[in-house]
Design a protein around this ligand. Structure first.
Ligand code: 13P
Ligand code: SF4
Length: 304
């Protein structure tokens, strides 16, 4: 914090000058999460909050698809991405051609795309989902078969929650959550019998099956706040436990965590530079944005 403090102060000053709001994902470093954010949350909350921003500038402390979603939902704002290389293995795993391929393979089936996709993929989809609402969105689709892209494991986890639908999926994976194994979880439970294990649904189904609860990053935070376990293991990105541990001193956070190399591209230095120079402006082709907005807005309306 001693090193971060001058950056935090400078960014907070510049935010006022530029009339900017910082939207930060739960996987940001604690310095960003606690030091400079105006809004923190999971992908769904950040998308909803993006529609309400009054400031002229949105600084997206997250990954590129989140900045695109903010621009799609609030096109009049200048959206800044402090590092344009902050991608996502899921978003990179599928293109609009992949969606067309799935539609050709399963004619008439609705396409539910995870928000972890590019604007082009959203524009080619019928509706979006996040890990907070995926089961609800899939259950609301018409017909027996639903195409879920691009996260194979999220689709397989949702298939268990919505057994009356036939879910077909793309082969995308999150490089952070695919690394956890069911054996990791069993080992930790063996060593700490009272441990509560909370997994993100981007983890493989056998990992989720070993957990006490699975949910989006906001769902994880709610669960910890509600259950207040003495010991908890969050099977997700490392910063999640770091960010919520101050608010929950009664909980001892244990276990392995994996770092998202994309999320960690966002640093205080880069946020400061982006705001100072107004660089890293995210643009989305208006025609693509209009179609992508339909898919994202349908999700928001259905999640209310
Ligand atoms: P949520 O915050 O929506 O659970 O998403 C996690 C994630 O991996 C975002 O990239
Ligand atoms: Fe993408 Fe996984 Fe990183 Fe989230 S944690 S941005 S899903 S690679």
């Amino acid at each position: 914090w001693a090193v971060a403090a001058p950056y935090v102060a400078a960014i907070n000053r510049l935010k006022k000058e530029r009339n900017a709001a910082v939207l930060a994902h739960n996987y940001m470093t604690p310095q960003i999460y606690h030091g400079i954010s105006d809004v923190v949350g999971d992908s769904l909350a950040l998308a909803i909050e993006a529609t309400k921003v009054k400031a002229d500038v949105i600084v997206q402390c997250g990954v590129h698809f989140m900045a695109e979603t903010s621009k799609i939902l609030n096109p009049a704002k200048t959206v800044l991405m402090p590092d344009m290389e902050a991608g996502c293995s899921l978003a990179e795993s599928i293109t609009a051609e992949g969606i067309a391929e799935m539609r050709a393979r399963y004619p008439g089936a609705p396409v539910v795309s995870y928000v972890n996709t590019t604007a082009e993929v959203k524009a080619a989809s019928d509706i979006c989902c996040t890990s907070a609402n995926a089961a609800q969105i899939v259950a609301a689709m018409e017909g027996d078969t639903v195409i879920m892209t691009p996260d194979k494991y999220l689709a397989q986890n949702v298939a268990k929650q919505v057994p009356h639908k036939r879910i077909v999926w793309w082969d995308g994976r999150c490089i952070v959550h695919e690394k956890f194994t069911a054996q990791d979880l069993r080992d930790f439970r063996g060593w700490h019998p009272d441990l509560k294990i909370i997994a993100h649904p981007e983890c493989p189904p056998d990992v989720v099956a070993e957990a006490d609860f699975a949910g989006s990053t906001a769902g994880i935070l709610d669960w910890v706040g509600r259950e207040r376990p003495a010991q908890a293991m969050l099977v997700t990105e490392c910063s999640m436990a770091a960010n919520i541990s101050d608010a929950h001193p009664e909980v001892e956070f244990l276990g392995p965590c994996n770092m998202c190399p994309y999320m960690k591209k966002i640093t205080l230095e880069k946020v400061l530079w982006s705001l100072h120079t107004m660089s890293g402006v995210v643009e989305v082709d208006p025609e693509i944005a209009a179609r992508a907005r339909v898919a994202v807005q349908r999700m928001i309306d259905l999640s209310r």
